[in-house]
Design a protein around this ligand. Structure first.
Ligand SMILES: NC(=O)c1ccc[n+]([C@@H]2O[C@H](COP(=O)([O-])OP(=O)(O)OC[C@H]3O[C@@H](n4cnc5c(N)ncnc54)[C@H](O)[C@@H]3O)[C@@H](O)[C@H]2O)c1
Ligand SMILES: O=C(O)C(=O)C[C@@H](O)[C@H](O)[C@H](O)COP(=O)(O)O
Ligand SMILES: [Zn+2]
Length: 362
């Protein structure tokens, strides 16, 4: 059930995405990086540490000069510069130099923060992604977008910094909460909507195996999502065009995430944003109106929220305007021209957004 996917950029091999059911294979992969003279600091959070740190640290210690760890409190509210500062302090205290490595063990919060620490400490050191949530295995560990939130604005400070290896252990998904598992489905549904209608259909047809976390079906799903994301980031590593399509659902989704004070998880906000983006696409006559109830039904199959209460359309639109999806005063939106085909649009009006938001606001 394992697989490996190489990632190339500008024609050169950059790193491999390796997927296994267990951490055993990590040792072989680390050996290939020749870490014998290097220190490695495992960056993880307070929920993942008790579950997997000991096992991973034992493996890492056997492949490098010295393994250290940095644990921060779990949660999006800790994906910020204060935590990065604490990480820098640890690295300085442990005398990490330019040749040493960081290893992100955890979900997208850990991966984004650790990657940003690696991108900036000593002007850039190497890092490895060991994603442990569904969302991070299918999306955030791939492509080198790293960063942290600033004043609760999502990913306001960041850098593109590619990992040296992505190692996903799908067996780690067994310990994930239902809420976090269904959050990952938000990005997965997004992958189908922007790039692959047959994958979108496949998700609906395999919802019961996916929900019961059947390892063979999960592996297949992680593989397809990895290939979709890999293909996009290979073509456009620094988001000059095509990569922006991965932002479907994020324009309004990020605003909803911020306004909920991060009580709503990222993937669920992306799902809500996808409903709104689809509603705009339908209103513009781009796709058939039956697609909206179909999307709502897929999201419900995966226990995702399809409405949100306590927020107003005005608040969400205002927050979107202070987010970074602005381009010379215009909001950058991703719309669908058909299922499996997305495009960037800079002409979506506030009236269109407000109308679309009525589908999800209660
Ligand atoms: N860089 C990118 O390309 C990219 C892409 C998508 C999302 N993101 C970012 O990723 C973040 C969301 O990531 P996430 O959904 O992984 O959230 P997360 O990192 O907060 O993890 C979710 C929760 O699950 C816990 N957890 C992690 N692995 C576990 C496991 N195996 N078993 C039990 N509990 C586990 C964590 O401690 C946390 O409490 C957001 O900040 C989002 O902006 C980045
Ligand atoms: O990899 C990308 O590119 C993405 O946009 C993936 C998104 O799922 C992810 O949430 C990303 O962090 C959003 O980036 P942002 O630049 O819109 O903050
Ligand atoms: Zn996302």
């Amino acid at each position: 059930m394992g697989y490996r996917i190489p990632v190339h950029m500008n024609g050169a091999f950059i790193y491999e995405i390796v997927m296994e059911t267990g951490f055993d294979g990590l040792k072989e992969e680390l050996k290939k990086l020749n870490l014998g003279e290097r220190k490695v600091c495992i960056v993880t959070d307070s929920n993942v540490a008790p579950l997997y740190l000991e096992e991973v640290e034992t493996i890492v210690s056997s492949c490098c000069k010295k393994a250290e760890h940095f644990i921060f409190p779990a949660g999006e509210e800790y994906k910020n510069l204060d935590t990065v500062r604490n990480l820098y302090e640890t690295l300085i205290l442990k005398q990490f130099d330019r040749h040493d490595y960081l290893l992100a063990l955890g979900g997208g919060v850990v991966g984004d923060l650790c990657g940003f620490g690696a991108a900036t400490y000593l002007r850039g050191i190497s890092f490895i992604q060991v994603p442990t949530t569904l969302l991070s295995q299918v999306d955030s560990s791939i492509g080198g977008k790293t960063g942290v939130d600033f004043d609760s604005y999502k990913n306001m400070v960041g850098a593109f910094h590619m990992p040296k290896l992505v190692y996903s252990n799908t067996a780690a998904l067994k310990t994930l909460s239902e809420e976090q598992f269904s959050s990952g489905m938000g990005e997965i549904i997004k992958h189908g909507l922007i790039k692959d209608a047959s994958y979108y259909q496949w998700l609906m047809e395999h919802s019961s195996e996916i929900r019961s976390r059947d390892l063979a079906v999960l592996s297949e799903m992680v593989l397809v999502s990895n290939q979709i994301k890999r293909d996009v980031v290979e073509k456009d590593p620094t988001e000059q065009g095509e990569r922006a399509l991965l932002n479907l659902g994020h324009t309004l989704g990020h605003a909803i995430e911020k306004l909920s004070d991060f009580r709503l998880v990222h993937g669920h906000c992306v799902g809500l944003g996808c409903i709104a983006a689809m509603a705009i696409s339908i209103n513009r006559g781009l796709i058939r109106s039956e697609e909206l109830p179909r999307l709502v039904s897929v999201m419900k199959q995966f226990d995702m929220p399809v409405t949100v209460n306590g927020l107003s359309a005005e608040q969400i639109i205002l927050t979107t305007k202070s987010d970074k999806k602005m381009d010379s005063g215009t909001i950058r939106f991703i719309l669908l021209e058909q299922i499996g085909k997305a495009f960037t649009c800079k002409t979506v009006t506030e009236t269109e957004m407000a109308e679309a938001l009525h589908h999800i606001l209660t």
